[in-house]
Design a protein around this ligand. Structure first.
Ligand code: CUA
Length: 160
């Protein structure tokens, strides 16, 4: 089959680009652990903030240590706050975030990490990050959710 030389160049170039892009996805997901937020489960936004729901527990009990250095935290988004809005873990911790909303669509972006997803009423989003650097990591709502959207923020403190 005859393929024009220029067409062949474009075909090879296109295939090479596809290979490069697919490799970038593979490297970022396996070598750097970049993950997509998983819609984990459905919850009822009308009851999600009341016990025995883990998002109904007192703020100080939302962070649980499952094993040495491994934590999970249940963060509830609502107009216009996160609960808990301060999370403190020691350096080197691996933290899994379970985030949902009890009213409207919010966002959850934790600076300096790949944690970035929407917090939707009725749906639980989960992502995990490891914190090797001590410091303060701010998290913000980045989906417009009403008048005080800009005040909706919190902090994750990694202690040395
Ligand atoms: Cu919550 Cu913007």
């Amino acid at each position: 089959m005859h393929i024009d030389r220029r067409e062949r160049v474009y075909l090879i170039g296109t295939i090479a680009l596809l290979v490069i892009f697919m490799s970038a996805i593979a490297v970022s997901s396996f070598a750097y652990g970049i993950q997509l937020p998983q819609p984990l489960e459905r919850v009822d936004p009308r009851t999600v903030a009341t016990p025995p729901s883990p998002w109904g527990a007192p703020p100080e009990e939302r962070l649980r240590e499952l094993a040495p250095g491994k934590y999970e935290v249940h963060v509830l988004a609502q107009m216009w706050q996160f609960t808990p809005n301060t999370i403190t873990v020691p350096k080197g911790s691996e933290v899994t975030f379970y985030v949902t909303s009890k009213d409207v669509q919010h966002g959850f972006k934790l600076s300096g990490t790949n944690i970035n997803f929407m917090a939707l009423p009725g749906q639980v989003s989960r992502l995990t990050a490891t914190f090797d650097q001590p410091g303060t990591y701010n998290f913000i709502c980045h989906e417009y959710c009403g008048a005080l959207h800009h005040t909706m923020a919190g902090q994750l403190v990694v202690e040395d």
